[in-house]
Design a protein around this ligand. Structure first.
Ligand code: SAM
Length: 465
């Protein structure tokens, strides 16, 4: 009998496994004598033969060699590179089941990490208006193998590029642009950047599209600004894809796997694209974050607006505000004294321009939320509604401490990571009680899910609620 926590398998072993379920990162889980084995791309109910590829104290990981008996939830994946590409984890699971599993995984995070009982607070996940071709942004990795260009996403947990001529979750314009770039790269004398040595020039390629405006941005991320072939490249892209509205070069000389550098040069067009959310129009720079599933944004922000009780004309502070999209969505419907805080200066420039463009009043501050929010809350007092929409790692402890101390009547926490959301909800208790958590599927075919958690300030001890 193996020691507790020691893997009962070794790397290279082949085993038959019954898949029990899915876990937060998107992999499926099977157990061998109670020992967890994670299997990417498998589906609950599958019986598979798998090969063990790694063992760790407490768990192992294995890859499917053969699906011996498909589970009842298994469907035919649409994409030919599904099961090597790291982009989608759940294409072999039908869409309705994906949505149901997202709710289950949010429930598990709330319970395990947040110590919360999901019953009564967690609502069923709202599906995306479209389960395919929904993304408005993509960052393609580029490289060469045997003299041939590779353009695609990475394999999971690696920097091996999966060459992909098209992507089922990208919008049509992103795929058209991918085809153009694949065609043009061999005609230009670019060298792909080598992460290990720092040699080469072209680091990656991105496109952003405005779902509601049809505008398209192509961006090249390069090690330095020298680009003698720039005008010829711009001309070739415009000839092949006349719908492109701007072409930019982002200069990124630093090592490491941050996607973008600090400087962006507009080679053609305004250097930004515009997008619409309802009646509002937003300008988006290369560096600025914007929700990737444009058709689902109104669904997500609609949940925020409902929770903000805009009929009461609340004062709103939007922390981690990006291009000001939530702040302005709320300002347009009655929120007042709206303030946004965001660390990326280009996004704040966009946010200010977006306020003006839409004739709305809002102030946007550039800086880290952890540095600015505590000061703003002391100087201006607590808003009625405090929106937190941090990146995947969640809020810094000092942010949560300042939020608890200031005591806004309502906190609306928008999160793309149920585990850090649950952790932060636990840290905000007992000052705040969680009224509801609404998952919204902004990322079909993947294990990712967005959540809107609505928190109400708890009544002081000894008072009736
Ligand atoms: C998940 S996005 C949300 C943006 C916006 N609310 C939206 O819906 O488009 C998180 C944003 O936080 C910004 N950010 C990340 N770390 C930050 C920090 N420490 N302080 C301020 N903003 C930060 C990112 O640049 C990004 O714009």
């Amino acid at each position: 009998m193996a020691k507790k926590g020691t893997a009962p398998v070794r790397v290279g072993d082949r085993r038959e496994l019954e898949i029990e379920g899915l876990v937060g990162g998107g992999e499926a889980i099977a157990r061998l004598d109670g020992f967890p084995i994670f299997v990417p791309y498998a589906v609950p109910g599958d019986r598979i033969r798998a090969r063990v590829i790694s063992t760790k104290p407490g768990y192992a990981r294995a890859l499917i060699e053969e699906v011996l008996a498909p589970g009842p939830l298994r469907v035919q994946p649409e994409c030919p590179v599904f099961s090597t590409c790291g982009g989608c984890q759940w294409q072999a699971l039908g869409y309705a089941d994906q949505v149901e599993w997202k709710t289950r995984l949010v429930a598990e995070a709330l319970q395990r990490t947040g110590g919360l009982d999901p019953a009564g607070i967690l609502k069923p996940t709202l599906p995306s208006p479209s389960p395919w071709h929904y993304r408005n942004k993509v960052h393609w990795a580029v490289g060469k193998a045997g003299g041939k260009w590779l353009v695609g996403l990475y394999e999971p947990r690696s920097h091996q590029i999966v060459d992909a001529p098209t992507c089922r979750i990208q919008g049509e314009a992103n795929n058209q642009m991918l085809a153009v770039v694949r065609e043009l790269l061999p005609r230009f004398d670019f060298e792909p950047y080598d992460e290990a040595t720092g040699a080469g020039w072209l680091r990656s390629i991105f496109t952003k599209t405005g779902h509601g405006t049809g505008e398209v941005m192509l961006g090249l991320v390069t090690k330095n600004e020298f680009f003698d072939a720039g005008p010829a490249f711009v001309e070739a892209v415009r000839a092949a894809f006349p719908g492109v509205t701007t072409i930019v070069q982002n200069v990124h000389p630093e090592p490491g796997n941050k996607l973008l550098g600090r400087e962006t040069i507009a080679l053609f067009g305004p250097g930004v694209i515009r997008e619409k959310i309802g009646p509002l129009e937003f300008s988006i720079s290369a560096e600025a974050f914007f929700q990737v599933n444009a058709a689902a944004i109104e669904l997500l922000y609609g949940e925020v607006a409902k929770a903000a009780h805009l009929e009461t004309k609340p004062r709103v502070l939007d922390a981690y505000c990006g291009t000001g999209s939530i702040a302005l969505f709320l300002a347009a419907q009655g929120a007042r004294d709206v303030v946004g805080i965001e660390i990326v200066d280009k996004a704040v420039e966009d946010a200010r321009a977006n306020a003006t463009r839409n004739g709305l009043e809002a102030r946007f501050l550039v800086g880290a939320v952890e540095a600015l929010l505590p000061k703003v809350l002391v100087a201006e007092g607590a808003p009625d509604v405090l929106v937190l929409d941090p990146p995947r790692k969640g809020c810094e402890p000092e942010v949560l401490a300042a939020v608890a101390k200031a005591g806004a009547a309502r906190v609306i926490y928008v999160s793309c990571n149920p585990v850090t959301l649950a952790r932060d909800l636990k840290l905000l208790a007992p000052t705040y009680v969680v009224e509801s958590v609404q998952p919204v599927d902004m990322f079909p075919q993947t294990a990712h899910v967005e959540c809107v958690a609505v928190l109400k300030k708890a009544a002081p001890a000894g008072t009736a609620q």
